[in-house]
Structure formats: structure tokens, C-alpha cells
Write a protein that binds this ligand. Structure first.
Ligand SMILES: Cc1cc2nc3c(=O)[nH]c(=O)nc-3n(C[C@H](O)[C@H](O)[C@H](O)COP(=O)(O)O)c2cc1C
Length: 351
């Protein structure tokens, strides 16, 4: 089995998820066009999660491993292990892809059973597979045979409802999956429907002693993470969008659990974050206008964290050059003594 060197040196195979004496394990959720090497580097400097997952490697007849996604494995800027996520359904193509991935220092291979994009699920991959437990069984069996190390699954609770949820959990146990990340929505539920954490509780009850479970979906703050993890009895949490808004969140979770003062960023920290992110994303051959649009994907998430977000959001959306954009960062994040003002995040849950 591939050795996992997390901050807490936990082997996925040994620890049952319900052991609350073990620190809350954290993972950055895979996000296409976001969680590549540049963002990983920026996060790692602010407190890496225990686990990273790559954006998905597409698996089809003519697929080859994307060099850009591979760089987040080969140039991992942290000591946290990286799982390679794949999306596909053809058994021979999956087998070939796993063989290729095994040449790299991966923590394991993660099967995407959640992508809600219609062009994806219509091909019966990602979230589309949740309609077909038999196919999931075949895929997991093959992946288990191909992998000596960790086999992990990231799934939603179902396609349009939970009709296959229990059956898929039993397949996870049957095929000795080493870690389940559960996004608590259906595929049809997209990203905004209310998160249904009761399914995490069910998963922990059914399989938690055999497969660790990470809760995922709309965890907004470190306080939410610690509260939910205790309430649901999970191995830990997987966080996506809130880590773009607040790249210190993994560090804050550890500090909160350890009972030490929690780092609270001020606007100047956001200024540094935005500048560093721009530089990390910058490519010499990329046109400035394209570069500015590329970082806007991130800034759309960061904007609502900034008090007076409307000014920040409108300003950054209007910017077409690096100079204009950096001017917006200065105006809203450092100018006129703003830099010292705290930026707070509101927990969703009462702890
Ligand atoms: C921009 C974006 C891209 C995503 N790409 C992926 C992906 O490649 N693989 C995957 O399993 N999930 C993907 N997701 C889903 C996230 O991993 C996560 O499950 C979801 O955002 C819910 O977690 P959050 O509320 O903490 O963001 C993506 C989500 C977003 C917002």
C-alpha cells in the first residue's frame, strides 16, 4: 500500500472514521480549473490540508494523462499526499489509466461519481454512474484489482434521489474502498440545494468502521468543520469553495482543534493572497487579458468575503489589465488603512 504521510501520519486503512480522538482529517476538494498546482502552492503556504485530490483525469479511448494535472502530483508543493482523480467508465481505459498513474507518486486513485455537468453525466460517467450500481461494482472491482494502494471514491448521495445510496455503500465495502468523500447533494441538486448531512451520518453508521468517510458540501468555516465532524462522527472533512474564499481554513481547523489561538486574516492578508495567486497562475506566453479572466474565476469566490464586496466585485469584473486589477486589490484591501481590518467568515452551524 502507498504510504500516506499526512500531518498526523494516518494510514487510511487502519483508522476507523468514528475515532474522534484522532484529529479531524482535512482534504481540499477537487475543483476543475481551480485546484491545480498554482492554487495548491498558494494553499500550501497558508496551511495545507492533510490530503489533496487532483482535478479529474478524463478517461476515454484516446485519453492520455494531462501533463498539467500531472504537475500537481510531480511538483506537489506540500508534504500532504495527492490522490489522482479519474472520471470515466470504460474498463479497459480505466485499467490503462491506472497503469499510467502508478508511475507517479500518487496516494491512490479516486473515482469521480459526482460530476453534475449534463454533458458529463449523459455519457454515463461522473454523477451519471450513480444510476447504475452494477457498473459501479464492475469499475470498483477492476480498480481494486489494479491498485495495491488506496482506492477512493468521491460521490454524491444519488442521481435524482437516494434510491441507490445503500447499495452503493455496500459496494464500497465489498470492493475494499479506502476512503469515501461524500458530497451531500444529489447530482440534480447541483451546488446550491440545502446540504443533507444526514447521509453522512448514515454512511458513517453503515460503513464507517470499514471505510473512513469525509463529509463534503457547503462547509463554510473552520468552526463548521469541527462542529460537523464531531456531530457526524466522520474521519474528517473535504472543503472546496470555502478554501478559495479562505485559504487559511485548514490551518484554522487544526488550531481550533488544538485549542490554540486561531489565525484570523485581515484585509492585507487577502491582498497578499490575491497578488500571490495572480503570480502563481501567470504564464509568460499567456495574454494579459486572458490572465485577468483566469483569476476572475477565483475572485468571484473571494469577493463575497471582502466587506464592501460590491465595490471589489464590480471593480475586478471591470478590470481587463493586470494594472487595473492590482489597483482594485489596493483600493479595497490595503488603501486608507483598510489593510488592518479583520475579515470574518460566518459559521453556518452553532457549535
Ligand atoms: C469550480 C468547481 C469545480 C469542480 N470540479 C470537480 C472535480 O473536478 N471533481 C470532483 O469530484 N468534484 C468537483 N467539484 C465539486 C467539489 O469537489 C465539491 O464536491 C463541491 O464543490 C462541494 O463542496 P464545497 O461546498 O466545499 O465546495 C467542483 C466544484 C466546483 C465549484
Amino acid at each position: 500500500m502507498i504510504k500516506i504521510l499526512s500531518h498526523h501520519s494516518i494510514s487510511l486503512r487502519k483508522k476507523p472514521s468514528c475515532e474522534l480522538s484522532v484529529p479531524c482529517q482535512t482534504a481540499l476538494a477537487p475543483m476543475q480549473d481551480v485546484t491545480g498546482l498554482p492554487f495548491m502552492s498558494v494553499i500550501a503556504r497558508r496551511g495545507a490540508p492533510d490530503f489533496f485530490f487532483t482535478e479529474f483525469f478524463r478517461v476515454h479511448k484516446n485519453s492520455r494523462l494531462s501533463p498539467e494535472i500531472l504537475s500537481s502530483i510531480t511538483r506537489n508543493p506540500s508534504t500532504s499526499p495527492v490522490f489522482a482523480q479519474i472520471i470515466g467508465e470504460n474498463l479497459m481505459d480505466v485499467q490503462r489509466t491506472i497503469k499510467d498513474l502508478k508511475k507517479y507518486p500518487i496516494a491512490g486513485v479516486d473515482l469521480n461519481l459526482g460530476c453534475p455537468a449534463p454533458r458529463v453525466y449523459k455519457k454515463n460517467v461522473g454523477g451519471g454512474l450513480l444510476r447504475d450500481p452494477d457498473k459501479i461494482d464492475k469499475l470498483l472491482r477492476l480498480m481494486r484489482e489494479c491498485l495495491e494502494g488506496n482506492l477512493t471514491v468521491k460521490m454524491r448521495i444519488g442521481f435524482e434521489d437516494d434510491r441507490n445510496f445503500s447499495e452503493i455503500l455496500s459496494l464500497i465495502v465489498k470492493n475494499k474502498v479506502n476512503l469515501l468523500s461524500l458530497h451531500v447533494r444529489t447530482v440534480k441538486g447541483g451546488y446550491k440545494t440545502p446540504p443533507q448531512y444526514e447521509y453522512v451520518k448514515k454512511a458513517v453508521e453503515y460503513i464507517g468502521d470499514r471505510c473512513p468517510v469525509l463529509a463534503n458540501g457547503s462547509i463554510e468555516t473552520a468552526e463548521d468543520a469541527v462542529f460537523l465532524r464531531k456531530k457526524l462522527g466522520t474521519f474528517g472533512v473535504m472543503i472546496g469553495r470555502a478554501a478559495i474564499k479562505n485559504p487559511w481554513i485548514f490551518r484554522q481547523i487544526r488550531e481550533l482543534e488544538d485549542g490554540i489561538p486561531v489565525f484570523r486574516p485581515v484585509r492585507e492578508d487577502f491582498y497578499d493572497y490575491c497578488i500571490e495567486l495572480y503570480k502563481a497562475l501567470e504564464r509568460p506566453q499567456m495574454e494579459e487579458r486572458k490572465m485577468v479572466s483566469r483569476i476572475k474565476k477565483f475572485l468571484n469566490f473571494i469577493g463575497p468575503s471582502i466587506p464592501d464586496d460590491i465595490g471589489f466585485i464590480n471593480g475586478m469584473r471591470r478590470s481587463t489589465t493586470k494594472g487595473e486589477l492590482f489597483g482594485v486589490f489596493e483600493k479595497y484591501l490595503t488603501g486608507n488603512g483598510l489593510g488592518e481590518l479583520p475579515v470574518s467568515f460566518r459559521p453556518q452551524f452553532n457549535s
